[in-house]
Design a protein around this ligand. Structure first.
Ligand SMILES: *[C@@H]1O[C@H](CO)[C@@H](O)[C@H](O)[C@H]1NC(C)=O
Ligand SMILES: *[C@@H]1O[C@H](CO)[C@@H](O)[C@H](O)[C@H]1NC(C)=O
Ligand SMILES: *[C@@H]1O[C@H](CO)[C@@H](O)[C@H](O)[C@H]1NC(C)=O
Ligand SMILES: *[C@@H]1O[C@H](CO)[C@@H](O)[C@H](O)[C@H]1NC(C)=O
Ligand SMILES: *[C@@H]1O[C@H](CO)[C@@H](O)[C@H](O)[C@H]1NC(C)=O
Ligand SMILES: *[C@@H]1O[C@H](CO)[C@@H](O)[C@H](O)[C@H]1NC(C)=O
Ligand SMILES: *[C@@H]1O[C@H](CO)[C@@H](O)[C@H](O)[C@H]1NC(C)=O
Ligand SMILES: *[C@@H]1O[C@H](CO)[C@@H](O)[C@H](O)[C@H]1NC(C)=O
Ligand SMILES: *[C@@H]1O[C@H](CO)[C@@H](O)[C@H](O)[C@H]1NC(C)=O
Ligand SMILES: *[C@@H]1O[C@H](CO)[C@@H](O)[C@H](O)[C@H]1NC(C)=O
Ligand SMILES: *[C@@H]1O[C@H](CO)[C@@H](O)[C@H](O)[C@H]1NC(C)=O
Ligand SMILES: *[C@@H]1O[C@H](CO)[C@@H](O)[C@H](O)[C@H]1NC(C)=O
Length: 529
């Protein structure tokens, strides 16, 4: 559609009489008027009082007389290319490029002697920009007309205008971003501007405008297209969970961030035949499930789709639920007065279980105290019971619970009195020593009845004395315990135990007093374990 708008800019002064086109005039410069090619223009003859009809009006173009009108004459002017109106204005119909120039009018009122000089008007013939056509391809169109392209593709931008404006024009491709700043991507003076981006990036997202401007009149016309650059998130969706206060309820979270626009996400329960449990068109979707919907080995999958991904392509993350399974030693024996550490490992639970310790068949929660030290080192949970007493004997539970189920490891703690414990050690030494003595007796009998393998000091013993290894039994535990300290580890890495041997003369059995007296000697054997 052609616009019939004519831009008239008047300096509006009738006093300026001298003007040299293209040069500096005396006084103020004449006004400029743009006349649209093919349209009509009316050039006013100023400095006439309103409603005053001039007697004679003359119009000059570039200093030469163009047309004059004697207003007293009865003859009405015949409308032609040029016409002087009653008030002296000059009308030019169907402007042509040759019509541009400096127009001056000279009019006189009824009093012929009074001649007014009138300001010149520069008429510039222009043709305004007509229309532009924008094309961004290949691109997809949204229902509201906005175009989108996938990031990284090759995109061609082209703008054309059907005609070139007179006398010249500029055609520019301008991008305006969401932050309102603008950049001219390409411009030219012809009827076509175009460019191509082989690897389009999100910086091309914004309002794309093709603007054509008449270089003389500065009249513009343009069109815009909104372009969006779509890209899927770079990484895969992330599956995670959030615990709830109620341990039998859990919220599964699937998030797939970093894409534009937001993807569609769908949680699927592969156990129940792959049915979708939740759909979302946000970059994060949460679904809260309770224990009745959860089972061991159940697989939950979150599938993500993005508008610029090809149809078959999908990205997903998944979770396989596992019931907790606390493992450990079910039977623990400990000596009264010492400390004991019960341990339990929980490795398989998905989502991770909360593991606690309980005691007695009543399942009382064990609270950390001076008596109970609870530690949690990754998959290993331990409970240290300090200064064991007989009352600590009984059942302990390592209880692991996750939203799928709760499982317990039952540990029975047996507390032995220190007496029976010492008896055990004594029993061990007894067996070792009996074995050793047996060997020695055998060797002695075989080789030399005057030597005893247990030490050179035995070599000096008389035959009358019976050397007895006085192995302490349970009645003598006090003595034995004192006499059996742990020796430091020897260089060969074996720990050693000092074993005391009571050497008793043969007469001891008959003479109890002598036993109490001077005959008691002590020897040591080092028994390597
Ligand atoms: C220009 O003037 C002529 C004659 O008066 C008229 O027929 C024509 O419609 C005018 N054109 C415009 C665009 O006004
Ligand atoms: C204008 O026309 C009238 C009557 O036709 C005539 O008397 C007069 O002299 C003319 N004026 C000039 C300046 O030619
Ligand atoms: C002269 O008359 C024409 C038409 O009657 C009008 O459009 C124009 O504005 C007038 N000019 C002046 C300066 O009065
Ligand atoms: C009007 O213009 C003429 C020539 O263009 C000049 O001789 C004359 O002095 C001017 N008159 C006035 C009043 O400016
Ligand atoms: C067109 O739709 C897209 C996506 O729905 C939106 O981002 C964009 O702002 C819309 N454009 C306009 C001009 O409404
Ligand atoms: C767009 O694609 C280019 C190359 O294909 C890549 O380097 C860039 O990271 C992508 N941008 C986004 C936001 O995905
Ligand atoms: C506007 O955004 C564009 C691209 O996102 C950036 O290059 C430009 O610097 C921004 N301008 C301002 C003023 O922030
Ligand atoms: C267009 O611009 C080119 C170079 O910038 C110049 O050579 C050419 O003359 C211009 N054409 C027009 C019609 O202005
Ligand atoms: C969960 O427990 C916390 C603190 O015990 C409480 O502030 C919050 O309101 C509880 N949330 C629900 C959903 O019960
Ligand atoms: C989720 O969308 C799928 C198709 O995309 C549909 O079959 C399913 O019924 C939807 N599920 C829900 C819970 O909306
Ligand atoms: C038992 O544990 C307590 C507290 O940790 C400690 O003070 C004590 O020495 C330990 N006793 C033994 C025999 O290790
Ligand atoms: C261990 O328990 C006994 C009996 O309850 C107590 O007499 C003793 O002082 C305790 N020892 C320590 C180190 O707490």
């Amino acid at each position: 559609m052609r616009l019939a708008v004519i831009f008239l800019y008047f300096a509006s002064s009738c006093q300026t009489v001298l003007f040299v086109k293209g040069g500096a005039g005396v006084g103020r410069a004449p006004a400029s008027v743009f006349g649209e090619l093919g349209q009509n223009v009316t050039l006013p003859c100023h400095d006439l009082a309103a409603n005053v009809t001039p007697a004679l009006t003359q119009w000059f173009k570039d200093g030469t007389n163009l047309i004059k009108r004697n207003h007293s004459s009865e003859l009405k002017p015949v409308p032609g290319h040029l016409t002087i109106l009653d008030n002296g204005s000059l009308v030019i119909v169907g402007l042509m490029t040759i019509d541009d120039g400096l127009y001056e009018c000279q009019c006189s009122s009824k009093d012929i002697s009074k001649v007014h000089n009138h300001t010149g008007v520069i008429l510039q013939i222009v043709s305004s920009p007509d229309d532009v056509t924008l094309d961004i391809s290949p691109a997809q169109k949204l229902p509201n007309g906005t175009l989108y392209v996938p990031n990284g593709t090759t995109v061609h931008f082209k703008c054309t205008t059907p005609s070139v404006s007179y006398p010249s024009q500029t055609l520019s491709w301008i991008l305006e971003w969401a932050n309102s700043s603008r950049s001219t991507l390409v411009s030219g003076n012809g009827t076509l501007v175009q460019f191509e981006d082989l690897n389009i990036s999100p910086t091309y997202q914004g309002e794309h405008m093709c603007l054509v401007e008449n270089t003389l009149s500065k009249k513009q016309m343009g069109k815009t297209l909104q372009l969006l650059v779509y890209y899927p998130p770079e990484r895969n969706p992330q599956c995670s969970w959030r615990e709830q206060n109620d341990s039998s309820i859990i919220t599964f979270i699937c998030s797939w961030l970093g894409g534009y626009p937001a993807p569609t996400l769908q949680w699927e329960d592969l156990a129940s035949g792959g049915g979708a449990v939740f759909n979302s068109t946000d970059d994060t979707v949460e679904v809260t499930l309770n224990r009745s919907l959860l089972s061991d080995g159940q697989e939950l999958r979150c599938q993500g789709k993005h508008v610029v991904m090809s149809d078959g392509e999908e990205k997903f993350c998944h979770l396989t639920l596992k019931t907790p399974y606390p493992e450990g030693e079910p039977l623990v024996t400990v000596v009264e007065g010492s400390n004991v550490t019960l341990t339990c490992t929980e490795k398989q639970s998905v989502p991770p279980a909360k593991t606690i310790w309980q005691r007695t068949v009543a399942h009382l929660d064990v609270k950390p105290s001076a008596k109970y030290v609870i530690s949690d080192l990754g998959p290993t949970f331990s409970l240290t019971i300090v200064n064991i007493t007989k009352e600590d004997e009984g059942t302990y539970f390592c209880r692991s619970e996750n939203p799928v189920a709760a499982r317990e490891l039952e540990i029975y703690l047996t507390v032995k009195s220190s007496v029976s414990y010492t008896g055990g050690i004594v029993g061990m030494f007894l067996s070792i020593l009996i074995l050793g003595v047996g060997i020695c007796i055998g060797m002695a009998a075989y080789s030399n009845r005057h030597r005893i393998c247990l030490g050179y000091r035995f070599g000096f013993m008389t035959e009358e004395r019976n050397d007895v290894l006085n192995l302490v039994d349970s009645e003598d535990e006090e003595i034995f315990q004192d006499a059996v300290p742990q020796l430091p580890v020897l260089s060969n890495g074996h720990s050693t135990t000092l074993v005391e041997i009571h050497r008793i003369p043969s007469s001891d059995h008959e003479d109890q007093e002598n036993t109490q007296g001077s005959q008691e000697n002590r020897d040591a054997i080092i028994v390597a374990e």
